[in-house]
Design a protein around this ligand. Structure first.
Ligand code: PNS
Length: 166
């Protein structure tokens, strides 16, 4: 029997946005299984606890009643992404790109990961509807009283309001 085709969608997911979910769903349509890997980004200070990030991704995928059956969500503390890929048996990393700035940020990581173990990174063009949406920007806008409804799933919006609304 051939090996299942598995991809990792890595990120901070602090919290998950519609842009992330779009990429996860599209990746799930291309491979047998997607592992959404919540990892540590040393450049970012977390807002949500890791367990809550997992719960929010799961709840957001289930929102609307049609969760993909081949996606699982896990957190990996203090691990290299390449080690996570090896441990879960993933042949590729899948990331979304909103534009050139994302590409400039992602390219060195993709090359470093390939250097480390040979794992490939596949980039999906981000849906233009979510081009302006990032976890950091959504949090900044909400913290200062702006309206971010429609940019994140309802379950995430409720969690953000609870955590950050002025
Ligand atoms: O959503 P983010 O914060 O842009 O995701 C970045 C993330 C978490 C995928 C990246 O920081 C990462 O891979 N962290 C795990 C540690 C690691 O492997 N670092 C070397 C990257 S080349």
């Amino acid at each position: 029997m051939s090996q299942p085709r598995r991809a990792v969608c890595p990120g901070s997911f602090d919290p998950v946005t519609h842009g992330h979910l779009d990429v996860v769903r599209r990746a799930a349509a291309l491979v047998d299984e997607v592992v959404v890997a919540i990892l540590h980004n040393p450049a970012k200070q977390g807002t949500f606890a890791v367990q809550e990030r997992i719960a929010l991704v799961e709840a957001a995928l289930a929102e609307g009643g049609d969760p993909p059956s081949n996606v699982r969500v896990e957190a990996f503390a203090d691990r290299l992404l390449v080690d996570v890929c090896r441990d879960v048996g993933a042949q590729a990393v899948v990331k979304g790109l909103r534009g050139g700035t994302d590409f400039a940020y992602e390219l060195p990581m993709a090359l470093m990961n390939r250097h480390l173990t040979g794992v490939e990174t596949l980039f999906l063009p981000g849906d233009p509807r979510w081009e302006h949406v990032s976890s950091s920007l959504v949090k900044e806008v909400l913290r200062l009283g702006g309206d971010v409804a429609g940019l994140v799933p309802d379950v995430v919006l409720r969690a953000l309001r609870r955590e950050l609304a002025p």
